[in-house]
Structures are given as C-alpha cells and as structure tokens.
Design a protein around this ligand. Structure first.
Ligand code: C2E
Ligand code: MG
Ligand code: MG
Ligand code: MG
Length: 280
C-alpha cells in the first residue's frame, strides 16, 4: 500500500460503508429464491436501423421487482448477484428466456430479429459458456447469428488471459459479439485489435454530451475507429431527434434509446414490429 492510501480519511466513510453493507445484506436476502419465485422479468429495447428506422434487433434487459423492496435496477442487483454466485443461474435464466422469446418472434414471422444479451464478467470467465449457449440455441432451433453477446471493456480486462480464447469460442459457434459501453472502460487499442468483435456500442454518456465540443470529437474518433476495424456501430442512449440526426449523418449503423422505445416485454416488442411491417 502506498502512503497515499494510508493518508485517506477512511474513518469519515465508515458510516456510509456500514449503510452500504446493510443494504447489500438486505438485497442478498431478498434475492435468495427470487428466481424461483419468478420475480425476474426480461424486457427488450428495440435497436433500429439508422438508415430506415426499422427495428432490426433488441437488447434483453433484466428487471427485478422484489415484493419487499420494490423495483430494483440491474446496476444495483447484478453486482450483488455476482458476489453471491446467483449470477450463474440468473444468467442462464436470461439466455434461456431470450432464446424462448426469439422462438416466439420467429413463430410470429419475425425471423430476422437479432437479440442481444449482456454477459457478466463471471459468466464470461466460464470457459464452457459458449458450448452451453450453443446447446440452448440448438434445442430452440435458433440460428446462432440471431444471438449477440455483449461484454464490456472491464469484463474483457478482468479476464485478460482468457478473453480472446473465450471470444473465439463464442465466434466458433457463430454467435455475434459486441463490446458494450465503449469508451467508458480502459481497454487498450492494442487489445481491441486482437478481439474478434462484430459490433461496437457507443456508450450513452457520449450521446448525452454530444453538444459538448470535446465529447463530440471523441465520439467522432470512436466512430472512425470502429469503421476502420470494420465493426457495426450502435449508438446507445439516443433520446433526441438531434442525437439521432447526428449518428445518421456520421453513418452509425443502428440506434438505441428512449427516442424509439424504452425496454418493453417480448409481447409488446412483437406487436411493435408487426405494426411496423404493416406500415411498410
Ligand atoms: P447496458 O447493457 O449498457 O444497457 C443499457 C442501459 O441504458 C439500460 O439500463 C437501458 O434501459 C438504458 N437506456 C436505454 N436507452 C436509454 C436512453 O435513451 N437514455 C438513458 N439515460 N438510458 C437508456 P438498465 O436496463 O438499467 O441496465 C443497466 C445495465 O445493467 C446494463 O447496461 C447492463 O450492463 C446491465 N444488465 C441489464 N440486464 C442484464 C443481464 O441480463 N445480464 C447482465 N449481466 N447485465 C445486465
Ligand atoms: Mg448492454
Ligand atoms: Mg451499454
Ligand atoms: Mg452499462
């Protein structure tokens, strides 16, 4: 430990840390058995083709409504699930549900939709993950390329030694790979070149600050970088027409955000896509 660490006024934070631990214990308790009690729901946020405005994919986002604590966001409960080990069964639930829903969509005549699923660092570290997913896809008769797996830079960096191998396994089975929240982590450009990625998702903080000159320049550089690496680009957190216009102008492939839709249940997504097909 450095002297800097030692000189931090740790005692000032103990009250907060105490509260935090308390909250975490409560969360963990509420989460025990929550999966079996069907408290989790999978919602989908549409991803639209920038050029046509058509929904061509959707990201699966987990929702938890605890009868005791009310609705709790994934930013809060995923880290707790990671620590308690629940993430393995929760992650499996998400993948199975996403494949079931893909099947529903296929049966509704929407066979071209692609569903993206977020992988947590622990899931990604599991070397049999790709085989397990391939098995689920096979049993649901889903074409592997219909499934995109999203990993963040920090997930990749946490599993540095095995990240490329894990990604190759995923690619071997024909699934698609996206790097999520790009620009907020600290993956080196050197590594980016080694990763067998298909898609880069520009983090919503860049979208939000696009009016800001320096943020704008960084966003343009990220778009340029992604294009040079031949990656599909999705802009996240698109809330305004101006933002959508910007990403269209700069040839981003897909847009995702509240401007188009919040995350909605599978059935609502199917209805939305059917409506679109009728208009077209
Ligand atoms: P993410 O993968 O980057 O997902 C995008 C987040 O941005 C979602 O938050 C989404 O609801 C939100 N969002 C979408 N459009 C807009 C917009 O226009 N403006 C703003 N301000 N926000 C927007 P959500 O659903 O709360 O999820 C947060 C994070 O939790 C996700 O970030 C992802 O990292 C994680 N997560 C969600 N579901 C899962 C899951 O099934 N497994 C794992 N491992 N992580 C998940
Ligand atoms: Mg994501
Ligand atoms: Mg993201
Ligand atoms: Mg995120």
């Amino acid at each position: 430990k450095s002297r800097m660490d030692e000189s931090l006024p740790i005692c000032l934070y103990t009250a907060d840390i105490g509260e935090e631990i308390q909250a975490r214990v409560e969360l963990e308790k509420a989460m025990t058995g929550a999966l079996e009690r069907n408290e989790f729901q999978l919602c989908y946020q549409p991803q639209v083709e920038a050029s046509s405005g058509k929904i061509i994919g959707a990201e699966a986002l987990l929702r938890w409504h605890s009868p005791d604590l009310g609705p709790i966001g994934p930013e809060t409960f995923i880290p707790v699930a990671e620590q308690s080990g629940l993430i393995n069964s929760l992650g499996e639930f998400v993948l199975r549900k996403a494949c079931d829903d893909l099947k529903l969509m296929k049966e509704a005549g929407l066979e071209h939709i692609r569903i993206a699923v977020n992988l947590s660092p622990l899931q990604f570290a599991n070397m049999s993950l790709a085989d397990d997913i391939a098995e689920i896809l096979k049993s649901s008769h889903i074409e592997p390329s219909r499934l995109e797996l999203e990993v963040t830079e920090s997930t990749l960096m946490r599993n540095m030694n095995t990240a490329v191998e894990a990604m190759m396994n995923i690619k071997k089975h024909g699934m698609s790979l996206a790097i999520d929240d790009f620009g907020t982590g600290y993956s080196s450009l050197k590594h980016l070149q080694l990763f067998p990625l298909d898609c880069l998702k520009i983090d919503k903080c860049f979208t939000r600050d696009i009016e800001d000159k320096s943020s704008l320049e960084i966003t343009l550089s990220v778009i340029d970088l992604a294009k040079r690496l031949n990656l599909r680009i999705i802009a996240e957190g698109v809330e305004t027409d101006a933002q959508a216009k910007f990403f269209r102008l700069h040839r981003c492939d897909e847009l995702q955000g509240y401007l188009f839709s919040k995350p909605i249940p599978a059935q609502a997504l199917i209805e939305l896509m059917k409506e679109q097909a009728e208009v077209a």
